[in-house]
Design a protein around this ligand. Structure first.
Ligand SMILES: Nc1ncnc2c1ncn2[C@@H]1O[C@H](COP(=O)(O)OP(=O)(O)OP(=O)(O)O)[C@@H](O)[C@H]1O
Ligand SMILES: [Mg+2]
Length: 142
């Protein structure tokens, strides 16, 4: 079976938990393990938070796009923004690298996304935006 959804939402911090809830609700019918569910919620949350706080830093009315596709038990996720983009993706993906000035940022978002999924890719262009794709094979009971 294949199932998918596509959503667009405003780049505001309230929507971090909204996106987490949406991906959880989408996965429920396949009855995933608690671990898989936690991993996916966390990975999606990190990507969405990045889009909101880094992609649209200082920008109003930004839109974040979240796409998910479940093909048998393989989950494909795409999180995109059309914000400022990343100049050096390799550097940005390194553990502890952050351009965040506030103390809440630890520079571990990409590292977490990579660790909690089977595959993670980042495409970005300065001034055009960023797309993060992730893939994970789930242990579904449903
Ligand atoms: N969507 C994005 N648009 C622009 N820059 C981004 C985006 N996502 C990440 N970055 C850049 O990559 C850096 C590393 O991201 P990462 O998520 O690993 O750490 P962080 O967001 O700084 O801290 P943490 O995720 O631990 O709170 C960010 O500090 C930022 O400079
Ligand atoms: Mg982050």
């Amino acid at each position: 079976m294949e199932n998918r959804f596509h959503m667009e939402f405003s780049a505001v911090s309230e929507n971090e938990s909204f996106a987490r809830l949406c991906i959880s609700a989408f996965l429920l019918p396949c009855d995933p393990t608690v671990n898989d569910m936690t991993d996916i919620k966390t990975a999606v949350s990190e990507a969405v938070t990045n889009a909101i706080i880094h992609g649209y830093e200082g920008v109003e009315n930004g839109i974040v796009t979240l796409d998910a596709r479940l093909e048998k038990n393989i989950l494909h996720i795409k999180v995109s923004d059309t914000g400022k983009g990343i100049a050096n993706i390799e550097e940005a993906r390194k553990p502890l690298f952050t351009t965040g000035s506030d103390r809440e940022r630890s520079g571990m978002g990409f590292t977490v996304m990579e660790a909690f999924t089977d595959k993670m890719a980042v495409e970005s262009e300065v001034g055009k935006g960023t797309t993060v794709t992730m893939q994970k094979r789930l242990k579904c009971y449903g």
